[in-house]
Design a protein around this ligand. Structure first.
Ligand SMILES: [Zn+2]
Length: 291
């Protein structure tokens, strides 16, 4: 998918999380050891990737105590050192599974579940995003409502589309909002105010009649059409005059003028000849005077 198209899709997804699940910047992004390891393996700018995917500069990557303990525990394995280095740059989510209470760190899925859905009610109580490249973890949190899931696929960070469960909850919420809006007394008041604005102070019974008055404007529009039907006759008259005025110079005029000229010349030519002779004589006199 082209980057621009993906960005647009991600923006839409995140705005849905904001509107329907109460997400706000800075987005808290829990990341587990699997995605830390892959981010290092692909030498990615992980934080920049998160910012781009979540369409926000203001993000807060978080690592649980258990994740860091797990990484420290597997020190020496390939890539773990880099993952620790990256993980240490992020804020620690104190999950409460300390060496004092838990000799071994909890399995990450279990730990993340206690952070994201502490009551086990299938809801993302604290609006966490989750970055994990563990298929089981991702699949599990698709079942928790409103968890934006991020993963790395072939060195590209991906934001999953909203899970079906979350989409269903979203549409349920929107339907409920719509119903509440309709039933709200405020809605009725607004309508009354609108009617008052329309200067109909009559009781509710009168409204349908007013609505019946509504169509009249439409019927007024039809007369306008008739008026336009009538207008063409006037415009036609005007255009003809206009055409006549305009046409006199380019098309019809010259012919007429020519005709008139021809007639005039034909009729007046003998007189003109005499006149010209007279003028010629007069000119000659003037010239003589001047000379
Ligand atoms: Zn933990």
């Amino acid at each position: 998918m082209p980057r621009a198209k993906r960005a647009k899709q991600y923006r839409k997804v995140m705005s849905q999380y904001c509107m329907n699940f109460g997400f706000r910047t800075p987005y808290q992004v829990l990341v587990d050891s699997s995605i830390l390891a892959d981010a290092c393996r692909f030498k990615m700018d992980f934080v920049k990737g998160l910012q781009q995917n979540l369409q926000a500069k203001d993000i807060k990557p978080l690592v649980t105590t258990c994740t860091m303990r797990k990484l420290y525990g597997s020190k020496g394995e390939p890539g773990v050192e880099d993952a620790i280095t990256l993980g240490k740059t992020f804020e620690r989510r104190r999950c409460g599974h300390t060496p004092e209470t838990h000799a071994e760190p909890l399995p990450e899925l279990e730990c993340l579940s206690s952070c994201i859905d502490p009551k086990g009610s299938g809801k993302n109580a604290f609006h966490y995003c989750l970055g994990t490249n563990d298929i089981n973890t991702r699949s599990y949190f698709r079942g928790v409502q409103g968890v934006p899931l991020l993963y790395i696929s072939r060195s590209v960070l991906i934001l999953e589309p909203m899970a079906p469960g979350s989409v269903a909850q979203r549409s349920r919420d929107e339907r409920a909002k719509l119903r509440a809006e309709i039933l709200k007394p405020g809605g009725k008041r607004k309508r009354d105010e609108d009617d008052e604005d329309d200067r109909h102070g009559e009781p509710i019974g009168g409204k349908p009649i007013k609505k019946a008055k509504g169509p009249n404007p439409l019927s007024v529009k039809k007369p306008r059409k008739k008026a336009t039907d009538g207008l063409p006759s006037k415009p036609k008259a005007k255009p003809t005059t206009m055409e006549g005025a305009e046409g006199s110079t380019p098309a019809e005029g010259p012919k007429r003028k020519r005709k008139r000229k021809s007639k005039a010349k034909a009729a007046v030519s003998p007189n003109e000849a005499a006149g010209s002779a007279e003028t010629g004589e007069s000119h000659g006199v003037e010239e003589a005077v001047e000379a």
